[in-house]
Design a protein. Structure first.
Length: 149
């Protein structure tokens, strides 16, 4: 299982997700361009001392990422057709999150084999991307019995 971030805008969110994935032994794909420099202080502050052990692969663009994607792409989106609690995850899934400001473009949205949404209270639009990553990754790891030993 992997986590992929499509053109992320906020260094602190990426650092938080890198820390999450490092602690849960999940690799991360970063699809550039990003809205900040890789060495951004907010990235380091949020990732703390976990960044050195993070399993990160950086891709120059969507095409480069898509060419090497080893598993099913599962898009986490507010427009997802399947509720998180109804989704069936696989061990080789790539959980894809869009940028904080724009999500993903239509060509990325249609490429996903599964579009999943986290149910929210009426009138609420979305969660912070790092929070959504943690909720979805937790459910995916639970279903596939891939929590760290």
């Amino acid at each position: 299982m992997r986590m992929a971030l499509y053109q992320p805008d906020i260094a602190g969110n990426v650092g938080t997700i890198l820390r999450l994935c490092t602690c849960l032994e999940v690799g991360v794909d970063l699809i550039e361009p990003m809205g900040f420099a890789w060495g951004d202080r907010a990235l380091a502050r949020a990732g703390m001392d976990y960044l050195d052990t993070a399993q990160v692969v950086r891709h120059v663009d969507w095409t480069a990422f898509e060419a090497q994607a080893p598993g099913r792409i599962v898009l986490l989106t507010t427009r997802g057709g399947v509720r998180l609690d109804d989704a069936e995850f696989r061990a080789d899934d790539i959980l894809l999150l869009g940028s904080e400001s724009a999500g993903v473009p239509p060509e990325v949205h249609v490429r996903a084999e599964l579009a999943v949404r986290i149910p929210l209270a009426a009138g609420r639009r979305s969660l912070n991307v790092a929070v959504a990553a943690g909720i979805a990754l937790g459910e995916a790891l639970r279903q596939t019995k891939r929590w760290p030993a």
